[in-house]
Design a binder for this molecule. Structure first.
Ligand code: IMP
Ligand code: MG
Length: 188
């Protein structure tokens, strides 16, 4: 039986299971707890919409240090799987108190590296006390600019993945695991 409304049927293989994601999120939470426990200024988790929301929700629940949350929305991708290369800020962070904050930017995945390297510069220019970066997934083979995240879950090969917040044309974000899409989905 095939139904267009059963997301899992479009996945060719599970790359990272729910259990593996949970392990990575726990490991990252421990690292952030360790690094920010003794800091004077407070921690601000800055999620990049929309892909990071599932990861950020799980991560913040595992932290023991107090953390505020905020969001920005940027676009580097058009629709689908091709990057346009240019970063646009679609939703900015409007806060007076960035100099009082240690920011950890939360991303779903790093591909070319352009989004995060742009955002780190942008937040520092806007006066943040410190800026670190955190991503669940990293595709290091795809970099067009040099960039290394401070915290990451898994390095993955150059394949387009969905689930756990990541989308293809706004679909598949609600899958609880990271999966590779069947190629026929792109050509539908
Ligand atoms: P970068 O600026 O090229 O590093 O792009 C990072 C952004 O590209 C991520 O936040 C995702 O929105 C998107 N992206 C890159 N690779 C994938 C993928 O395999 N699946 C879904 N989105 C992706
Ligand atoms: Mg994204």
């Amino acid at each position: 039986m095939h139904s267009e409304n059963v997301l899992g049927e479009d996945i060719s293989r599970v790359l990272i299971t729910e259990e593996e994601i949970d392990l990575a999120v726990s490991k990252i939470a421990l690292e952030i707890d360790r690094d920010f426990q003794k800091k004077e200024k407070s921690l601000l988790l800055l999620g990049i919409l929309k892909g990071s929301v599932v990861f950020m929700g799980d991560l913040m629940k595992k932290l023991t240090v107090p953390a505020e949350i905020d969001f920005m929305k940027v676009s580097s991708y058009g629709s689908g799987v091709a990057s346009s290369g240019k970063i646009n800020i679609l939703l900015d962070i409007h806060r007076e108190d960035l100099s009082e904050k240690n920011i950890v930017v939360i991303e779903d995945i790093i591909d070319s590296g352009r989004t995060l390297s742009y955002l780190v510069d942008y937040l520092k220019l806007n006066g943040a006390n410190s800026v670190k970066t955190c991503t669940l997934l990293d595709k290091p083979s795809r970099r067009t600019v040099e960039f290394t995240p401070d915290y990451y879950g898994y390095e993955i090969p150059d394949e387009f993945v969905v689930g756990y917040g990541l989308d293809y044309d706004e679909r598949y974000r609600s899958l609880p695991y990271i999966g590779v899409l069947k190629s026929e989905v792109y050509s539908r």
